[in-house]
Design a protein around this ligand. Sequence first.
Ligand code: ZN
Length: 212
Amino acid sequence: MEVLEKSEERVKVHLKGVSRAYANAIRRIVLSEVPCMAIDEIVILENSSIMYDELLAHRLGLVPLKTDLSRYVLPEDCDCENPLGCPKCRVLLVLDAESKEGVKDVVSGDLRSEDESTIPISPDISIVKLAAGQKIKLEAYARLGKGKEHAKWQPASVSVLKPTSEEDTGDDYTLEIESVGSLSASEIFVKAVEILNEKLQKFNEKSRSLKK
Ligand SMILES: [Zn+2]
């Protein structure tokens, strides 16, 4: 394996001596199984904007959030077994905005997170416009999830595999990953390989139990 290009947003790795099936499995896991944070539930305390509650929830779900994978676990893997979650599997963000006069553009930077490691990747993402006198107050709960569940939990916008040379030899590929911004591109790659190895490990244990 050789790293050809590496930045926060983009990573390009050369996989030599790696089968197409294995390389392609990494590519797919990048999109469907590497978890990241997204807002999943909201409790609206007040909404006098013209935007329906459901649409507001949808908009908030699509705001990419910085993700610290060392700090949180997927709700299904959490030992709290609490449907409401706990500090290991859920983060609360509060939005409390009001327009006293004129039009106010409510943006992602108006979300107040209880954890500084879980904030929008950019403060400038527009959520809703408020006319004078309108108000929004809500609690938003973010959690880890996977892209196969919903695209809002997809940490990469691009995951492409190509044969390194023009002729496909079946064991020489280049994988290119572009991050949405929740995780760095290299974190996504490393996590995808980790997930694939865990799967192979489990497969190995199962197949060994056949011998008994
Ligand atoms: Zn929990």
